[in-house]
Design a protein around this ligand. Sequence first.
Ligand code: NAD
Length: 249
Amino acid sequence: MRLEGKVALISGGARGMGAAEAKLFASEGAKVVLGDMLDEEGQQVEAEIAEEGGEAVYVHLDVTSESDWQNAVSAAVERFGKLDVLVNNAGIFNRAFIHEQTEEDWDRVMDINGKGVFLGTKAAIPAMREAGGGSIVNISSVAGLIGSMASTSYNASKGAVRLLTKSTAIQYAKEGIRCNSVHPGPIQTPMLDLVYPNEEARAQRQNAIPMGRLGNMDDVAKGVLFLASDEASYMTGSELVIDGGYTAM
Ligand code: NAD
């Protein structure tokens, strides 16, 4: 029960890594608010957590909307009494070289992946102050550390998340609010089908990973759990890379 007594809000919690984190957190004793735009899938995750004896509530959350974020934080405080943990997980991928990147797609990716993290953090800080501290975990990517082909807006947005994390960490360190970033390599989720649209591309990437395999959702969820928990109490502004050794080369 590594999150016993904690209340956590996870964006993009309806599927993929966000859903895996919501389930793992609940199984470790956290009360979980999961927000997403996929209402049916989100309600399904809420039901699955309840079936396992955990406590969770799904809320509709578009991370680009400041009022949605306020509602999500209010849901945590009203339903569970406080907010200790925020996981800024929601994100989208977009494939385009710079010369073909449309302004609309650039703005959409920066809005969801970048502004979404800012708005979530802004909404969570007052509640975490009330709680006497907290832990914010921002899901960046290896694409926030190194360049990747045809990932123009995705690279830029995930790089922004990396440094917004450090900025958050130093601004609120004295108040006991920690903030760290997580940098997954390719993880088997619905998003990966967009990143590697065919088997050949997927196999090529897999072969380039020193461990010789793609990551699974639990590989990342366990790292996020550690950063969310008090076990990471002296960590803030740091980068947790979970990539099978890809960026070690
Ligand atoms: P996913 O597509 O399975 O899940 C992303 C979730 O975010 C979905 O439930 C989606 O509905 C939600 N979302 C999208 N836009 C939203 C919005 N405006 N408001 C609220 N929710 C929204 O993808 P995933 O692989 O689980 O990705 C989770 C995070 O991990 C993302 O930030 C992604 O960039 C990052 N990441 C993924 C990989 C990978 O290989 N899968 C690698 C590195 C980083």
